[in-house]
Ligand binder design. Structure first.
Ligand code: A3P
Length: 285
């Protein structure tokens, strides 16, 4: 059945950032005063938008080598970390987060750290997030796709509403000088991988010749990443002991999941929620 544990997670996790003094074993409540370093890079996205992919690419670009990073994206996640862990990381730190711009420690903004924001077609995000919730045992979620979709649309999922998140980031990006936040989409990265890698390199201020962009493109392809990264996962955290972080890696998988009615409902909600925004995003009709 559609247990309420997603809500539990939402309530357990989000008040942590918004309620001072919230008692939690991590040090996340003090996060707003965490110190940044000028050469920190922060990859930001709503969950399931391609964070692992871009984080891996950024690591290789900064290292100037298409060599597999032995560590996991999760080890460099702001909200999964503590002040001590953050301080013990060597520079340059390539970090990531699913938090809103307003919840990122202000020092990252003041020190003008490189911030990358990834967007993905929300219909694909919904499908990917549904599978994430079902497969990752911690969520204790066994709802159907049919019951999940309204949850996603109303934001009763981990990290809250995709719409609110994306609108918030869009406004934040516009409020800063042009080019401060590098905005990219999962879809463009898919169709023009090497060009997008080079654009990233330019934003990061590192070199990237054709050989490097081609090698990074190959090392960060879905199949190679799945093969290299799945064994690093703790299989016992996943349904049937099968790591599911690298699920399908395609554009438009939503078409295999949405009924015509579900698609119409989604599009209607999208158009209503995004009506007042000048954001342009491909979300499939
Ligand atoms: P799917 O569930 O559609 O397969 P995040 O890293 O933000 O959690 O996003 C996860 C999504 O990105 C998953 O989508 C995952 O398969 C996809 N992904 C991860 N690595 C990828 C890669 N190298 N190429 C394409 N997609 C990738």
């Amino acid at each position: 059945g559609d247990t309420m544990t997603l809500l539990d997670i939402n309530e357990r996790f989000f008040p942590v950032l918004r309620t001072p003094g919230y008692d939690q074993e991590t040090e996340i409540r003090g996060m707003e005063s965490w110190e940044a370093r000028c050469n920190d890079v922060l990859v930001c996205a709503y969950p399931k938008s391609g964070t692992h992919w871009v984080w891996e690419i950024v690591n290789m670009l900064i290292n100037q080598k298409a060599t597999r990073i032995p560590s996991m994206k999760e080890s460099a996640m702001l909200e999964g970390s503590s002040r001590n862990i953050m301080q013990s990381m060597s520079s340059p730190r390539i970090l990531n987060t699913h938090l809103l711009f307003c919840d990122i420690p202000r020092d990252f903004v003041e020190k003008k750290c490189k911030i990358i924001h990834i967007l993905r077609n929300p219909k694909d995000v919904a499908v990917s997030f549904y599978n994430h919730h079902v497969r990752l045992l911690d969520y204790e979620y066994s709802g159907t796709w049919r019951s999940y979709l309204p949850r996603f649309l109303s934001g009763r999922v981990d990290y809250g509403s995709w719409f609110d998140n994306v609108l918030h980031w869009h406004e934040a990006t516009k409020s800063l000088p042009n080019g401060s936040i590098h905005v990219m989409t999962y879809e463009n990265l898919h169709t023009s991988t090497e060009e997008e890698i080079k654009r990233l390199a330019e934003f990061l201020g590192v070199g990237c010749n054709n050989t490097l962009s081609r090698e990074i493109c190959e090392m960060c392809s879905f199949s190679v990443m799945k093969q290299d990264k799945d064994p690093l996962e703790d299989a016992s955290e996943w349904k049937h002991g099968e790591p599911g972080m690298y699920r399908k890696g395609q554009v438009g998988d939503w078409r295999n999941w949405f009924t015509v009615a579900q698609n119409e409902m989604f599009t209607a909600v999208y158009e209503q929620k995004m009506a007042d925004s000048d954001i342009t995003l491909e979300y499939g009709h």
